[in-house]
Design a protein around this ligand. Structure first.
Ligand code: SF4
Ligand code: SF4
Ligand code: FES
Length: 239
């Protein structure tokens, strides 16, 4: 931890933080899990998905972008905020084409894992069933846009970590879509070793020869709910 340290509270837990940390970073280090989707620890925060929204001194803020400050009072794990998060996840399911039992990412997917953690059951919204292209032109990678949640992790990773800017967004509103900087993925400079190929939270960017290498039932979120690794850093509450 760099800089002068101070404390603030999250759901009555006292969290230590230092200048420059966001609420989410300080909570991660302290073992307090705040649900998130577009955030990735190696990337600059984007504040796109709003899943991490908390009440901060009585006002809503995204925990991944809001700097921590001394004495702030944060609420995160409340029925109301978790219901809002569940609604966001439900909307993402409804606006894409998600068929988890047939998806290579099932069990490793953060969207699916958030659905489970937040108690999602039947969708309360009508599915949009959009028509989206699959791009399998790259020898090592497939782009399955039907599952893209437009989190921009790949966009940020390609630009900031790989120095390539392969991915970008085009269009507006419901027509917003992931694009690549050439006619198709196979004509881009993307490599399977790139960070951009590894940060997708869902089954949109997939490495071709990795399919089903880890069987269903033995994947990351089959073993424990999303966030359990962060919560394991904290001693169990007494009482
Ligand atoms: S990307 Fe995730 S939520 Fe979508 S179908 Fe695959 S496992 Fe299900
Ligand atoms: S391809 Fe994956 S990482 Fe990129 S925007 Fe879509 S969901 Fe996010
Ligand atoms: S994780 Fe904070 S807005 Fe997406």
């Amino acid at each position: 931890m760099s800089g002068k340290s101070f404390t603030f509270t999250v759901d009555d837990v006292v969290v230590e933080a230092s200048a420059g940390q966001t609420i989410l970073q300080a909570c991660d280090a302290a073992g307090v899990y705040i649900p998130r989707l577009c955030y990735h620890p190696e990337l600059e925060p984007a504040g796109h998905c709003r899943v991490c929204t908390c009440s901060v001194n009585g006002r809503f803020s995204s925990a991944c972008t809001m700097p921590a400050s001394p004495g702030m009072v944060v609420e995160s794990d409340t029925p109301s905020l978790n219901a809002d998060r569940r609604t966001i996840i439900e909307m993402l399911f409804a606006e894409g084409n998600h068929f988890c039992p047939a998806c290579e990412k099932s069990g490793d997917c953060e969207l699916q894992a958030l659905g489970y953690r937040l108690g999602m059951e039947a969708l309360p919204f009508a599915n949009l069933w959009p028509h989206r292209d699959i791009d399998a032109s790259h020898p090592d990678i497939v782009l399955e846009r039907n599952r893209c949640v437009l989190c921009t992790r790949c966009v940020r990773a390609s630009r900031l970590l790989d120095g390539k800017s392969v991915f970008g967004l085009e269009g507006r509103g419901v027509h917003l879509r992931l694009n690549v900087d050439a006619g198709c993925l196979g004509e881009t400079a993307l490599s399977a070793a790139d960070k951009a190929a590894a940060v997708c939270p869902v089954g949109c960017i997939l490495i071709k020869d990795h399919g089903y290498r880890t069987p269903y039932g033995r994947r990351r979120f089959d073993a424990e709910p999303i966030g359990a690794d962060i919560e394991a850093k904290r001693a169990p509450r007494k009482g």
